[in-house]
Design a protein around this ligand. Structure first.
Ligand SMILES: *Cc1c(COP(=O)(O)O)cnc(C)c1O
Length: 434
């Protein structure tokens, strides 16, 4: 597969190059040159396929030429080592539970795939690689865990000071070894800017093999397609009554990587009716759908903080996918923003009425099911386990959240350093310490 820049189609790379470079140029993101359609036989048998078989078929064309078939099988088997069940909340809303991985968030899927793909390339070349990642919470912990103790790879994770939960912070700071956490005095966009600048810096590029791990990286972003197919596979297998319902995926969106992966799945032939991009007060995308003009906004802190992104990178991939035609985007995606109060109300109502515990991100998605037509079926993407946002969830439902049994108590020993959002000192740190 060849990847090209959304900004300049002449900038091209194969999968391996796109993974290492992260960004093609200062303004673009990598896009596959074409989106392969899966054969009808694949869809006819979707209900009998395993998660790992689906992952292999879906991802194979995207890594062709860079990862051989046997290695890809090993990578997906190892990546998807946890269940992704589809659980009913009530008759018309099902929850795709993406939080059963090691860091209890959907980002485990992409982060584990990326870590294993990079590990595969690093082993082939025997070359030290530094992964830079900016996070508003969940990316950092998923990436840190995905890469922990992977030989030849060092991870530097930047997060905004005071803007991630204690639980999230500890997931990034207590590992140590090849994982360095840096606390930035600023917001998520400052962290993201530092990472973007590092990739464009000639000195750094000459002296280090740098790569990104944000949802902009093709190896993070593409594997997220898999569970959209897996959700429909589970409908065919376990919920025959819903087989013919027009189905909508409701995706709690921050940097819009997750929903973009869903749009790719749709292009590959997955038969679904549409998508709802559910957002918190960071509403540049719903405003864009409404007005047709995209404006970045400063990010705003909310209770669903993994989605506090004012200028979502993947909007460029969405625009590219639809050839910048706002009308065609509107035919497939609807979007709406919800307040913290609406988020808390959904957590409370769904727990009291349906005995299902949502996390704040899933709660934003649940709210947005109101946009699905009455005869439609909503699949919300439940992107994090409620324990990750214990303080928020327990503010409306006291003592509701037990610790999942496979998660051990967190250590108190944190390895982290603090910095401002000044690029020169970050660069200095990377040159001398990494
Ligand atoms: C990252 C994250 C999101 C947003 O996903 P994007 O791909 O950035 O849109 C939603 N929920 C949770 C829990 C997250 O960690």
């Amino acid at each position: 597969m060849i990847y090209r820049s959304t900004f300049n189609p002449k900038v091209r790379a194969n999968f391996e190059e796109a993974v290492f470079l992260g960004l093609p140029d200062a303004k673009g993101l990598y896009m596959p040159e074409h989106i392969p359609e899966l054969p009808s036989g694949f869809f006819n048998e979707l209900g009998q396929k395993s998660l790992v078989d689906i992952a292999y078929s879906v991802l194979q064309p995207y890594v062709e030429g860079s990862i051989d078939a046997e290695s890809l099988k090993d990578i997906v088997l190892d990546t998807l080592s946890f269940p992704i069940p589809l659980t009913p909340i009530h008759d018309h809303v099902l929850s795709l539970e993406l939080f059963h991985g090691p860091t209890l968030a959907f980002k485990d899927v992409g982060a584990r795939f990326l870590a294993r793909a990079l590990g595969y390339f690093a082993a082939e070349k025997n070359n030290e690689t530094t992964v830079l990642v900016a996070t508003s919470g969940d990316t950092g912990s998923a990436v840190a865990h995905g890469f922990f103790e992977v030989p030849n790879v060092k991870v530097v994770v930047l997060y905004p000071k005071g803007k991630v939960s204690d639980f999230q912070r500890k997931q990034m700071t207590t590992l140590g070894k090849n994982i360095q956490a840096i606390e930035i005095d600023g917001v998520f966009d400052d962290c993201q800017n530092l990472v973007k600048q590092a990739f464009l810096d000639t000195d750094l590029r000459e002296s280090k093999t740098l790569t990104s791990a944000n949802s902009i990286n093709v190896a993070r972003f593409l594997p997220q397609m898999v569970y959209y197919f897996w959700a429909i596979s589970q409908i065919q297998r376990n919920y025959p009554e819903h087989k013919l319902s027009p189905t909508y995926f409701t995706v709690p969106s921050g940097n819009y990587g997750n929903i973009t992966a869903g749009l790719f799945a749709h292009r590959m032939g997955l038969d679904i009716q549409g998508f709802i991009a559910a957002t918190n007060s960071n509403d540049s995308f719903p405003k864009y759908l409404e007005s047709g003009n995209y404006f970045a906004q400063p990010s705003v802190a909310t209770l669903s903080n993994a989605m506090d992104v004012g200028d979502p990178s993947n909007v460029r991939r969405i625009q590219d996918l639809f050839s910048h035609d706002i009308q065609s985007i509107r035919q497939v995606i609807q979007s709406k923003s919800y307040t913290d109060i609406q988020c808390l109300q959904a957590i409370e109502e769904v727990f009291k009425t349906h005995k299902y515990l949502l996390d704040p991100h899933g709660a934003i998605a649940y709210n947005a099911c109101e946009l699905v037509p009455k005869n439609g079926l909503s699949i919300i993407l439940e992107t994090a386990h409620p324990i990750k946002f214990k303080e928020v969830v327990e503010s409306v439902i006291p003592d509701a959240v037990p610790m999942p049994s496979h998660i051990s108590a967190q250590s108190d020993h944190e390895f982290k350093i603090s910095m401002t959002s000044d690029f020169d000192s970050f660069k200095e740190y990377l040159l001398s310490n990494v």
